[in-house]
Ligand binder design. Sequence first.
Ligand SMILES: [Zn+2]
Length: 420
Amino acid sequence: MTKPQLLTETEYLESTSNVERKKYLQKIKILENLYFQGAQTNTEICDRYNISSPTSIRLLNQLIEEAWVKKDGVGKSAGGRKPDLYGLREKSFYIIGIQLVKFKIKMAIFDNHNNKIAEFEDLPFEIEAELSIADHLYEQTNALLEKSGIDIEKLLGIGISMPGLVSSKEGKNFTYFLNEEEPESLEEVLKRKLGKPVFILNDAKSACLAESNFGLAKHKKNVLVISMDWGIGLGILIEGKMHQGSSGFAGEFGHNPLIDDGILCYCGKRGCLETVASGMALARMAKEGIKAGESSILSKFSEKDVEKLQPQTIIDAANKGDQFAINILSQVGINLGKGIAILIQLFNPELIILEGKFAEAKQFITTPIQQSINTYCMAQLREKTTISLSNLGGDSVLLGSVAMVMKNIFKNQILKANNI
Ligand SMILES: [Zn+2]
């Protein structure tokens, strides 16, 4: 019998003994732990899974033999010899993360240590103009795989994050790509074409998954992750678990009508928070200001370029000291802060992480947010909440897509091994 391919194969489980299946299950759990927690000592693994030290060592040695695991330095000692650390071996497996943004697609291949192996950063795309995206993503995924030169056998799956009302359970987006004649979901089409597992998730929830597994929310329990790009999104971590809601749509924070007699939002309602606190709002405010003759480094743009102004350009101008850009960012921050004050009162979080393009505006966005929170929040709640900028370097959503793939793969393998 050939060696079972952990993480991809399940036929092996059906034909093997209960003892072997139990071993397989324990090995999957060890790999899951090493993937999400990094290198561990034998004692840490024993404690976590309540297995004896000789059993754990035996399993680790098998994983070393099968080239999944390697000895990875030494851990801290409580006295005596320092214990060996066990970590995942480099290039054991790969995952593709894809992020659909309003006007572009980002995609990257990550290895099992979250190193980026190959990427496409700015594939042109217009989310509102597309009815179906499957063929395009299929072609680009193949192009990226070719560019990377990785062994396709080691690709475990693809995670796609996108804006809109996304149901991970149904594999569908209920806001975009509404091609009613298509009987299969985006997830099903890509899975069939690529022959690999595919999972989709809302982009703000992806960012939340990334923060809770690899970022500032790791080991924290009650955290809100606010994504700010063209729109605003919210990921909610309650008692260490991401809150999805009954249909998977929880966190539509931007579409609360908080502004009396506000302007029309693209969702069809008036006065949504997003109309005054988002990248779209920032671009609109910049356009209006420039047309009204505000003096700014943005004023030198032609009329055509002003129409296409991106939040990034305005944030860059603020970082160069442009007073007008700083002022409109400040207004957006004050508006967003009012919304965040409501969230603090509702959720009492220990930490709020701001991620997305706006994180690059640093103090120009956090200071006005903090000012609003100081004004609108009850002191006892406010004092317990820290506001931080993501430290995942603009890759939160891609890394969240990767985390989603790995969570699902481990979960499915464990379920299968348990249910035979
Ligand atoms: Zn709206």
